[in-house]
Design a protein around this ligand. Structure first.
Ligand code: SAH
Length: 270
């Protein structure tokens, strides 16, 4: 593998006429769509995305087309977007949260890597958004105030033993862990198994935050101890944050507790 430094990234002078913007629209609340994302959405001739994400967006300018897809085949959706851009359209492909976090930006890069040469010459930009774990953390206090990591619990694209090994490594290294895709009808047992693994490495009282549909109707935050954490509190729209051994609760009269991870730490795992 060749080494890459910034100065070696080639600047393509000749570009195909089309554009592709990969846009994160935040966790759900309209105020959490960045002005940059709004401007990029308004500039597009075509929006592509999972139907419910497109439905969250305000109407676009006259003539803008919307292409709603289901949420399964990300690579096929990326190729459709690239084809449309290569035909000269200005395409915006939309993800919830941040487009680079377990979302479309990686599928677009993968399609470009393996696709026709003309896709490499497109004007391609990724516009960041507020990812779910940041929206959930902000509602709970500051659980990500010290070192943390994020894992997708979906074993569609990686085997379960890899996930289990990463959970053990992250917990024993003292990271706060944000879990995306914690549970679904097709994957009902993984979150319970993840809690069982983590109980082997973390104190029983470690705070666990269930942030469901934050920023949307029906949104809620629940906090539990790790030894009492019930996977039934999570669904597909939930991001689960498991504290490190140092994450703690600050009780407040008549208010939900603050969950935070102190800015300084004593040593690995404790
Ligand atoms: N790109 C998205 C993540 C896509 S993976 C982002 O950056 O947020 C889908 C997972 O994201 C869901 O299973 C859930 O774990 C999390 N998620 C997305 N929106 C959420 C929200 N509003 N509240 C809580 N979790 C959310």
């Amino acid at each position: 593998m060749s080494e890459i430094s910034m100065s070696e990234i080639p600047i393509t002078e000749v570009q195909a006429s089309g554009k592709l913007h990969v846009i994160g629209i935040g966790p759900g609340h309209p105020d959490q769509i960045t002005p940059e994302a709004r401007a990029a959405l308004a500039a597009a001739t075509d929006l592509i995305g999972y139907g419910p994400y497109l439905d969250r967006l305000p109407p676009g300018p006259a003539g803008q087309r919307r292409h709603a897809s289901d949420n399964r085949e990300e690579l096929a959706r990326a190729r459709t977007a690239l084809d449309l851009a290569a035909s000269g359209r200005h395409v915006a492909i939309v993800s919830g949260g941040d487009a680079g976090v377990f979302a479309m930006a990686a599928a677009v890069c993968e399609a470009v890597e393996h696709g026709p040469e003309v896709w490499r010459a497109l004007d391609l930009a990724v516009i960041p958004g507020i990812t779910a774990m940041l929206a959930v953390a902000a509602r709970a206090g500051a659980p990500l105030g010290h070192d943390f990591c994020a894992l997708s619990l979906s074993d569609n694209l990686k085997p379960w033993p890899t996930i289990a090994q990463r959970l053990r490594a992250a917990a024993s290294a003292g990271f706060v862990i944000a879990l995306y895709n914690p549970i679904s009808r097709a994957r009902p047992w993984q979150l319970g198994e993840a809690f069982a693994i983590l109980r082997g490495h973390l104190p029983a009282a470690t705070p666990v935050i269930f942030g469901r549909a934050v920023g949307r109707a029906g949104g809620r935050i629940a906090i539990a101890r790790l030894d009492e954490a019930d996977p039934g509190l999570a669904d597909m729209a939930t991001c689960v944050i498991i504290g490190s051994p140092e994450t703690r609760l600050v009780e407040r009269p008549g208010l939900p507790p603050l969950v935070y991870s102190p800015r300084s730490t004593g040593g690995a795992g404790g």
